[in-house]
Design a protein around this ligand. Structure first.
Ligand SMILES: [Zn+2]
Length: 310
């Protein structure tokens, strides 16, 4: 009885209990030679609530031997990584001062709009990972579609999955991730910290990586055509670099007084139904018409489909 063995209201029964049970084993609370609780003894040794919990625990005839079961994942198999994560989670619970949710920092990262939008969605905890779908009563397998190990929650999908860690490395962002893993127990806080603590270009590259990782995950789910992790990391960096070089060129041309044709302008606004407004492919000449603006409003879900964010 010196070890935790019984759940009560989501916590382990406190130990030690009354002095009389210190040296008892659980099987001594059963009727000898039978597979049933010794209710009289249990009622005399434990409080009414504890006794009720013990007696309501079913004793299966099919179970012949006791065994240790890890409660941290669905496979009931202990992994060092999961144990470490659980430990950090407990530690973080007691740590004072949660991460400041710096939303302005998220939108200020230097990255293509679709990448910033992906980062905002991860920070908002609204990416439809399999664990989240199950939490919302959608029946599906909760296993990660990239590594087929562990549960696909936000943290796993964007930071812990071995495939994704390899992509962070290939994108040249490994050190940005690794040194933060011990400090945080969820990817949202980790990203807020990156947006606050790193320069906007680095944070922008992280945003591009998140977008690419989720694209690749969707490819694995919907077309079974996922890319190798290293390629995901490289393409994320390349996507960001191409965008960045274009910004630099525009800024330089602007300094020279050249007016570039405005082909693609994007704004993000926080609206309930439309969270992205796009003004794009403005026909030549229309920009000079006063009071006329060509707006292409795309509903949130359509934009997601087009950019492959969902
Ligand atoms: Zn995985």
């Amino acid at each position: 009885m010196g070890e935790p063995w019984l759940r009560m209201g989501g916590r382990w029964m406190s130990s030690p209990q009354v002095e009389e049970v210190y040296d008892l084993y659980v099987n001594q609370l059963m009727v000898e030679g039978e597979r049933r609780w010794d209710e009289q003894q249990i009622n005399s040794l434990f409080s009414e609530e504890e006794a009720h919990n013990i007696i309501s625990m079913p004793l299966f005839q099919t179970v012949q031997h006791d065994k240790l079961i890890w409660d941290g994942n669905k496979d009931r198999v202990y992994e060092v990584r999961e144990g470490y994560r659980l430990l950090m989670k407990e530690r973080w619970k007691h740590k004072e001062g949660a991460v400041t949710k710096n939303w302005r920092g998220v939108w200020a990262v230097n990255a293509p709009p679709k990448a910033r939008h992906a980062m905002w969605r991860v920070c908002s905890e609204c990416i439809p990972t399999r664990v989240r779908l199950v939490q919302r009563n959608v029946e599906c397998n909760t296993c990660c579609p990239l590594c087929n190990e562990g549960l696909e929650d936000d943290y796993h999908a964007f930071a812990l999955c071995p495939d994704v860690v390899a992509s962070w490395e290939a994108a040249g962002l490994s050190n940005i991730l690794i040194r933060r893993l011990p400090k945080f127990n969820n990817v949202s806080d980790l990203l807020f910290d990156i947006c606050s603590g790193e320069d906007q270009n680095i944070a922008g590259r992280v945003a591009a990586l998140l977008w690419s990782v989720w694209q690749n995950r969707n490819a694995a789910v919907w077309s079974e055509a996922k890319l190798p992790p290293v390629q995901v990391g490289h393409s994320a960096y390349q996507m960001w670099k191409t965008w960045f070089d274009t910004q630099v060129t525009r800024a330089q041309d602007s300094m020279k007084g050249k007016a570039l044709p405005q082909q693609h302008v994007a704004f993000e606004i926080a609206e309930e139904n439309f969270n992205v407004l796009r003004l794009e492919n403005i026909p030549p000449g229309c920009q000079s018409l006063k009071g006329r603006v060509w707006l292409c409003l795309m509903p949130y879900n359509l934009l997601d489909k087009r950019d492959g964010i969902m």
